[in-house]
Design a protein around this ligand. Structure first.
Ligand code: GTP
Length: 359
């Protein structure tokens, strides 16, 4: 049996307003809650039991995913009354694991989309006889991440979480948010208080000379913490740039869910997804965007790399580029909202009220 803990309890503040009423893993990407992609990928790698470590808006997961049987998995929910941080959540979730002391347990951050070969990570963990094996990826600018230099054998040498000084940037390898723990290592994390696995557990294990093994895997990897990357991930899933068995359709330039209406003369592309009950009017153009259930994009509107919330309206000739429109918001005609603009849920913007451009 292969078991995994999925961390899905974060507040997702960087993704607001999308995460005001919906926890980040339940925000739809390519037509289904993002978590469905992670579960499908885990199942495809042979995982048969997943423990969901919930905290923020915990009550919405179980009604959707149930006992997991519809997804071919056994799902267990372990709820934290108070958020325990990444390490505390792993420790807390361990009560639901069946794994023996020396068995491997996979742990995934709930907001990473990756083409990582999960089976290969498990194999490398076994071969290295490691206490913890970490998926590492290389990024051009590692400053916003946890830096993890390794030696020639893959042994982890240090952890530097979000370095602030140039001399701390000793590698472009970062913690990619997927781990294999030997079960007893999880049980040694302090219980009942918040613990950060990145800032406390891993540095503590290193100091205690535990064997932490890093596996650099350069397949697709994206941290969905920010709106632009969330929209990018959805588009990449729709286009099949990264594969997920949970995408409800064949790869293509757009995905229109059952019950959506796209008028003749509307243009869709770049991995756009149009949710159930949404309407794209003739003459509208939607490129590389997520249009959630029941939203309307009206005639002549141009939407690019944006997220249009459930039940929101984008008025005629309005331009969105890199914007997030909260659920049920009404954007009147002839507005322009660009790079990084976020409209909170239920906001009404009159016609021709905003011209915002980053340049
Ligand atoms: P931001 O608030 O935007 O930073 O997002 P976040 O709350 O998701 O935090 P972060 O991206 O650092 O979290 C990494 C992963 O750990 C995500 O999958 C979170 O859902 C999860 N996570 C973070 N804190 C907790 C916690 O206290 N409990 C649980 N169960 N999961 C957590």
């Amino acid at each position: 049996m292969t078991e995994a803990v999925l961390l899905v309890g974060g507040k997702g503040t960087r993704l607001q307003p999308l995460t005001i009423n919906t926890p980040k893993p339940m925000v739809p990407a390519a037509g289904v809650p993002f978590l469905a992609h992670q579960l499908a990928r885990a199942k495809a790698a042979g995982v048969d039991h997943v423990v969901l470590a919930t905290s923020y808006l915990a009550e919405v997961f179980e009604p959707y995913f149930g006992d997991g049987s519809a997804h071919g998995l056994r799902l267990t929910y372990v709820h934290e009354e108070e958020p325990l941080g990444t390490g505390g959540a792993i420790r807390h979730a361990a009560r639901a694991l069946d794994a023996g002391a020396s068995d491997p347990v996979l742990v995934f951050n709930g907001d990473i989309l990756t083409g990582l070969d999960i089976r290969a990570l498990l194999l490398r963990h076994e071969r290295a006889q490691a206490d913890v094996t970490l998926h590492l990826t290389r990024v051009a600018d590692p400053r916003a991440f946890g830096l993890v230099p390794t030696d020639a054998d893959g042994r982890v040498l240090a952890f530097t979480e979000k370095p602030r000084h140039p001399h701390e940037i000793v590698t472009d390898q970062i913690n990619a948010g997927a781990y294999v723990f030997r079960r007893e290592v999880i049980d040694a994390i302090p219980a009942g208080r918040p613990v950060s696995v990145e800032r406390e557990t891993f540095p503590g294990l290193l100091a205690a000379e535990a064997l932490l093994h890093g596996v650099v895997d350069s397949s697709y990897w994206l941290d969905l913490g920010r709106p632009a990357s969330f929209v990018q991930a959805s588009a990449d899933l729709v286009r099949g740039i990264v594969h997920s068995p949970a995408v409800p359709g064949e790869p293509g330039e757009y995905l229109v869910l059952p019950g959506a209406r796209v008028d003749a003369g509307a243009r869709l592309g770049g991995g756009t997804v149009v949710g159930a009950g949404a309407h794209i009017a003739a003459g509208a153009e939607v490129e590389g965007s997520v249009v959630l259930d029941g939203a309307r994009v009206e005639a002549g509107a141009r939407v690019r790399a944006s997220m249009v919330g459930a039940g929101a309206r984008v008025g005629p000739r309005t331009v969105l580029d890199g914007a997030v429109i909260g659920d049920r918001s009404e954007i009147g005609a002839d507005n322009e909202l660009c790079e990084g603009a976020r409209v909170w849920c239920g906001t009404a913007i009159p016609d021709a009220a905003i011209r915002f451009s980053a340049v």
